[in-house]
Design a protein around this ligand. Structure first.
Ligand SMILES: [Zn+2]
Length: 65
């Protein structure tokens, strides 16, 4: 089984720092929470993947919204 991890980046909605993340394009659309590497706040990350496994959109927002 191939694991296609694509490096990407988001901005933390709490502290504004740029964060490097890895996205698994083979897993389809994703919505998960990951702690900020700088301020440790829970970031709600939404990733849209197209049928070819390419990343269409990445959104980051506060988990408390
Ligand atoms: Zn942060």
């Amino acid at each position: 089984m191939t694991n296609l991890l694509t490096p990407s980046s988001i901005h933390c909605p709490y502290c504004g720092e740029k964060l490097a993340i890895l996205i698994d394009g083979s897993a389809g659309n994703q919505d998960y929470v990951e702690d900020c590497q700088v301020c440790c706040s829970p970031i709600d990350i939404s990733v849209q993947i197209d049928s070819a496994g390419q990343i269409v959109d990445i959104r980051s927002k506060r988990d408390t919204d």
